[in-house]
Design a binder for this molecule. Sequence first.
Ligand code: ATP
Length: 312
Amino acid sequence: MTEAWGPDDRRPSGPVRVRVPAKINLHLGVGALRPDGFHELTTVYHAISLFDELRASPGDTLTLTMEGEGAGELALDETNLVIRAARALAAHTRVPAYARLHLRKSIPLAGGLAGGSADAAAALLACDALWGTGVPRDELAELGGTLGSDVPFLLHGGTALGTGHGEAISPVLARPSTWHWVIAVAHDGLATPDVYRELDRLRGAGLAPTALDSPDDLMSALRQRNPEVLGDELGNDLQAAALSLRPELAEVLKAGQAAGAVTGIVSGSGPSCVFLATDAGHAERVAAGLTAAGVCREARTARGPMPGARIT
Ligand code: ATP
């Protein structure tokens, strides 16, 4: 394909820095497996204050370096979602995919927190700014949805309902309030496809599937400022599958309750567990209790909702 613009047009300026949050699912309803290999979902996404940062500078080729969570472990080649996102945007806008990208990662790998999708969202936004391609956010989200189901939400941020396979986003209108969370990070990740497969296996063996109803009670809980009310409405259909693959997660959930959390659930496909606290001080105490129980690699406090990927 010929490039739509040459080296002298719209020269990239830079560097561009983008900060992107992790997500948790306040509700994750998993329906039937579709013929395209995706499960039908009804989910309520919530962006929290664990961030990755991506810096994009002009370059003669496309390169990626990284530091932080997963450095030395995560491939930095064409399989990395940052590179895949940059290539997808370049193809979409017909510009050469030239950039030096550097990722500072603090979202744990394969933790059910959508770190890879977050990085793809950051790369779309950073390269769009670096290359001056001016793609509207909705179009970036559509492109992002081809890279990962959570990418559109991570461009959007806040709290939002996700349908389809999670890529169709509509914002949840809630009274502005901040929720306090503790994330128990596991020593090793879980591969999302394995967790969905385990859910299908459990359902095949008799686990009753849930109806994919709109989570109205959760929506109404989000409009109140009472963590106890919200706590009662959190739910995750993938939790049974994550617990089946990692029975020790039951100990993490128990330790969080013992540390005084309002409630705790597995985050997305796990193995991170997420606990609701009443305020920042309470979150610190729950995190300290989880750390003392020795059931996780680390316990991090976070707030939500947070904006989606943003240029800083
Ligand atoms: P989700 O909640 O979206 O299912 P997750 O939080 O469980 O995902 P991720 O950290 O998003 O897991 O990564 C899943 C896999 O994606 C990794 O194991 C890795 O092989 C691949 N991957 C590719 N690029 C990245 C990236 N930039 N960051 C993290 N993982 C990446």
